[in-house]
Design a binder for this molecule. Structure first.
Ligand SMILES: NC(=O)C1=CN([C@@H]2O[C@H](COP(=O)(O)OP(=O)(O)OC[C@H]3O[C@@H](n4cnc5c(N)ncnc54)[C@H](OP(=O)(O)O)[C@@H]3O)[C@@H](O)[C@H]2O)C=CC1
Ligand SMILES: O=C(O)[C@@H]1CCC=N1
Length: 276
């Protein structure tokens, strides 16, 4: 790919994506620019770590850039779109990873601009993200294919309807945090049961990874896989009873619903008429 891609925002999500994109060879480090608001040390850190070009936002070479990846917090979107508006050309593509920011929100502020809403997760760092893409009204197929190829560099991709983005954000964007929370509990109970903390942590991660890989590599449904672990009147049945009693699986579904609701709220909070 011959494009130059500029990340506006250099936080944890930008770093995870840059890591995956560079390590996968999807782009050469020289094709990646990273920029932020004020934190110069952070830019230098990313430059040293990944070999990418760290450039202050006042000095961005707009003529050279094909794709802007918006990776700042949602509250900063208006400022950034306003800042970009005088430099953007029709061929420029905006890829936003911001939770709760719709393509129509961006199109209202940048009429006819090519935009794609994307939701990755921090597993991008090791190229294991689940990433959804929803193109805006004016995005060409060529640019959608480009963005999808870029996102394949950080893991698996799904092109979805934008109306599905809230639940996707709840499942996959925020999802790793629920699993880390689960791992914290597994580790703790392992330690309480006498295991060394390091070993307990490893067991938690290996068990979750093994179950995930079984789902991905076998044809069985989760129900079939669960049944294969569960002997009548055995340890798993006792464990599942306790899990049900404490609302286990349902709690995870509620976590997704809570995050999806927040994603919708964030869109609503920002929706207001554009003053022209
Ligand atoms: N973290 C995650 O797991 C995921 C996050 N996202 C989305 O990614 C976005 C970033 O999240 P995250 O990386 O966690 O946030 P961070 O707080 O880690 O990073 C935010 C970055 O935005 C920069 N920034 C602020 N204002 C501007 C500006 N005007 N121009 C350019 N850069 C600016 C900050 O720079 P400075 O430090 O100089 O102020 C900082 O580098 C969010 O919108 C979030 O919804 C999506 C999926 C997953
Ligand atoms: O917590 C957040 O809002 C962001 C979006 C998905 C993951 N982190």
């Amino acid at each position: 790919m011959s494009h130059t891609v500029a990340f506006l925002g250099a936080g944890s999500m930008a770093e995870a994506m840059i890591s995956g994109i560079v390590k996968s060879g999807t782009l050469e480090p020289s094709q990646v620019i990273v920029s932020n608001k004020t934190n110069h040390n952070r830019l230098q850190e990313l430059k040293v770590k990944y070999g990418v070009r760290a450039i202050n936002r006042e000095a961005l070479p707009y003529n050279e850039i094909d794709v802007f990846v918006l990776a700042m917090k949602p509250k900063d979107i208006d400022y950034v779109l306003d800042d970009l508006s005088s430099y953007l050309q029709p061929h420029h593509l905006l890829v936003s990873v911001l939770a709760g920011i719709s393509t129509s929100y961006m199109e209202e502020r940048l009429p006819q601009q090519q935009v794609i809403r994307v939701m990755p997760n921090t597993s991008s760092m090791i190229r294991e993200s689940s990433t959804a893409l929803s193109p805006g009204t004016f995005t060409t197929d060529t640019n959608l294919h480009f963005a999808e190829a870029l996102m394949k560099g950080i893991g698996k991709t799904y092109v979805i309807e934008e109306a599905q983005m809230d639940v996707f954000t709840g499942m996959a964007g925020s999802g790793p945090a629920y699993i880390y929370n689960l791992m914290e509990h597994l580790e703790e109970v392992g330690v309480e049961g006498g295991l060394d903390r390091e070993i307990a942590r490893d067991i938690a991660a290996q068990t979750i990874m093994g179950a995930g890989k079984m789902m991905l590599l076998q044809d069985d449904t989760p129900t079939e896989l669960r049944q294969k672990v569960t002997s009548p009147n055995g340890t798993t049945a006792a464990g599942l009873d306790a899990l049900d009693e404490h609302g286990g699986g349902q709690a995870m579904a509620e976590a997704v619903k809570g995050a999806a609701k927040r994603s919708r709220e964030m869109s609503r909070d920002l929706e207001r008429p554009v003053v022209t």
